[in-house]
Design a protein around this ligand. Sequence first.
Ligand code: GCB
Length: 688
Amino acid sequence: MKLFIVIFFCLVYQLKYLCNSVEASFPSVLINGVEHETFPISRGDETRILREDARIPKTRRNKELPPAQYTWGGLYPRDTATREVKSLDGIWNFRLSPKDDPDKGFREEWYSAPLASSGDVIAMAVPSSYNDVTQDKDLRDHVGWAWYDTFFMTPRRWLEDGERVLVRLGSVHYSCVVYVNGVAITAHEGGHLPVLADVTLAVKPADQANLLTVAVNNVLTNETIPQGEIQYKTDETMYPPGYFIQYYDFDFFNYAGIHRPVLLYSTPQSYIDDITVVTDATGVLNFTIDYVAAAGVTDLSCSVDVFDANMSSVAHADACQGTITISNPQLWWPYLMDPKPGYLYTLRASIKAADGSLVDQYPIRVGLRALSWGATGISLNGKPLYIRGCGKHEDSDIRGKGFDPALVVKDFSLLKWLGANAFRTSHYPYAEEIMDQADAEGIMVIDESPAVNLRTFDETLASRHSEVMRELVRRDKNRPAVISWSLANEPRSYQAAATSYFANVSASTRAADGTRPLTAAINAQYDVDLAAPSLDVIWVNRYYSWYSDTGHLELVQQQVVTDLTRWYNKYNKPVGVSEYGADAVPGLHMDPAYTWSEEYQMQLFLGNFAAFDELRGSSVVFMGEMFWNFADFMTQQGTGRAGGNKKGVFTRSRQPKPTSFLVRDRYLNLASGKQSPQESCRWFKSTP
Ligand code: GCB
């Protein structure tokens, strides 16, 4: 009875709390000609907007930036015969704009002089999320603008040679404005994808330092991808005036900051802008080189050289677009499908002047492989694929979502230790350096957009979503490891508007790349979901015995089999499980298995394994299994999360939980086909 009363009062309190959180609707602002919903900057439901001219200072106003600045991060900066790269990573200066006065930095023009001259600064690591690097709760939980700056020098020879000078930020979460010497060069919306700023006209002579300032905003609204919402708490008897929170319902911490490397680089004035490669499994390679000619330059020509892994030349063509055939091709294979997985050739594109002199040169890594899909499943180089993988996060202690090469190496080492051949970039595009490693190690990738937990669907969001997909495809289209584009994770795809929304986003993504199947990780039920008709293959996230029938491990096998069979029977498309799992607190043991214990996580995995084996032996085209999650990760605070999400088979510091040994046993057996995967882990089961 006592418990009942407590629950009743909790519910009443919760309802009141919810009613107090009103969804504010904000006027929109124009940022570089694009309309954006703004964010809260004042108290209560009074809202002020950040004026366009506050974001983009006078010097840039009325100067149209080329649209590509917003959607194309350019080829990854590399040192070549014609280009040079300098890293700007390190420790920068940093200051938050006050939460209740977010436009202060714009009003006071913090970008016009070093941040240190307009107030206090702290040291901030780049790349890193800013949230967890100090002991300051306000910094961890900040909502709004944050300011970074640093100085850089431009090498004299770049200027003497009249090179283009660019700054590229691998990802800034969520939106940013980039200034050089007080001039706003570009603005970008969306984390997880590169931001490119052509600073040629903004840099000073070589003997003078340049000030690079980056204003970063982490606010998520119903118009951003992912979505979020600023909620004002207007009951001043319960909340201080103007109190608001950033609400979001995806299950990972909304880390913010400059998350990936910042590179300063040069290219010639006429430069290679993009390269597209499509291969097959016979050694045929179709290529297209897109270049931009400097004003007045007309007669450029292209050539292509292909080198094997020892950098011996294996093919050459003189064309900007064409087909070359590599004899005795060494195909790209996934890990454990061939003794030499991840074999990469180098395709070096060149553009030359009329006199034959080299103008620009850029190499990309290419894997020769053919991907096909249809009612019978997915095949690579003519062999059926079975996906053994997991969902991951870019997440670690202190750095948050900041890129860390040591972590990349460790994670690939663990993926291979597990015998995994794939991961999904849940729930946003991962760093290009991670994708490079996937190509090189033969780990297949389901490349997911940042559209996680979409709550509403409309045309504006669909066009933003399509734009993000085009950016993602353009960045990753040449990667052999990418075997699928995932449009979204757990959209509320039961809403009527989801039908046209997904038809629309699928069509624009297919137009950008028709060489890979489209998918999404769906959690709606098979009879109400409206996204699947627009997809080529269907992945579902399923938490039987965790979020439903909690504690009833005996139901897992039956429920997974029933569910997946229904999906398959309805669509006759390949199906797979993109998420299943249970939280396990490292070191918590309870036998018989009890929720949150390591035993429970193991038993739940075993139940799923049994279901997957049953499905594999049935008429269902079951394309693979991906557990959730590779490692424990940080989330927003909540009563269902104990210091973050504990569904990792590794801890956040990448130490094994017992389940990782079960997975390893199964995946290695699946890969070798030596023994039934279930056979090998029978001894773990508590019921014989
Ligand atoms: C899901 C989500 C993932 C969550 C997971 C969980 O379905 O896709 O982001 O972390 O469930 O642990 O609840």
